[in-house]
Design a binder for this molecule. Structure first.
Ligand code: AMP
Length: 234
């Protein structure tokens, strides 16, 4: 069976992480989130996390040399050739070029880059109301994705918190950084014919359907088909 390899591109708060988690479950792919990996590293007080922490708190990008090696290691360790969804990486032209080189060296072929086109209003609403489990990283929202018990994660009972970089000043900085450093990647991937745009303003389930339709074709008997995953369940 063909495995799928995707990049999710879009501003913070576009829903990339939520959709990547959903797809990772349905396709049994790896969800590779550079932000989650950095937060885990900070939680474990690792040298890499300590170097990254101040950049993250201010909403700035962590230097390429730290992030690139961390993500490349993860991709290269995917020895059973599972599919993957890259969420939050690449974020700079330098990261995108490095990723291309490593994938070419390892014979990895990217299927699509999914761009979550999202309004600033949606981003601000989602980020200011987002709450995250300190233990397992699951995401909630104060208006439309409440946990069963206030402040407590449904999945692992860990405490929920408001990310420091989801507060107004850091959000402003993250949006500025996104515009300056990350949006140039849209034309980079458009040129290579990989870019597929979805509406990031949609609610979770609708956005999920749009990704399925645009990226993989129809959903058939519980398996991805339309020539994408050619297996005998279609
Ligand atoms: P995220 O969880 O994807 O919103 O990322 C949170 C923060 O982690 C970002 O604001 C950056 O400080 C840092 N970060 C995550 N991914 C990258 C990346 N690819 N390059 C540089 N910094 C990153």
């Amino acid at each position: 069976m063909k495995t799928i390899k995707l990049i999710f591109l879009g501003p913070p708060g576009a829903g990339k992480g939520t959709q990547a988690v959903n797809l990772a479950v349905q396709w049994e792919t790896l969800h590779i989130s550079s932000g989650d990996m950095l937060r885990e590293s900070i939680k474990n007080k690792e040298p890499l996390g300590l170097k990254a922490k101040n950049y993250m708190l201010k909403g700035e990008l962590v230097p390429d040399n730290i992030v690139i090696s961390m993500v490349m290691e993860k991709i290269s360790s995917n020895t059973n050739n599972k599919g993957f969804v890259l969420d939050g990486f690449p974020r700079t032209s330098n990261q995108a070029k490095k990723l291309d080189t490593v994938m070419a060296d390892e014979g990895i072929i990217l299927d699509a880059v999914v761009y979550f086109e999202t309004s600033e209003e949606t981003v601000l609403r989602r980020l200011s109301g987002r709450r995250v489990c300190r233990n397992c990283g699951a995401n909630y929202h104060l208006t439309n994705m409440l946990p069963k018990i206030a402040g407590v994660c449904d999945k692992c009972k860990g405490p929920l918190y408001h990310r420091e970089d989801d507060k107004p000043e850091a959000i402003r900085k993250r949006l500025e950084v996104y515009k300056n450093k990350t949006t140039p990647l849209l034309s980079y991937y458009k040129k290579s014919g990989l870019l597929k745009t979805i509406n990031g303003d949609l609610e979770v389930q609708e956005a999920f359907e749009e990704i399925k339709n645009k990226v993989t074709g129809a959903w058939c008997s519980g398996a991805w088909c339309s020539g994408f995953l050619k297996d005998d369940t279609c």
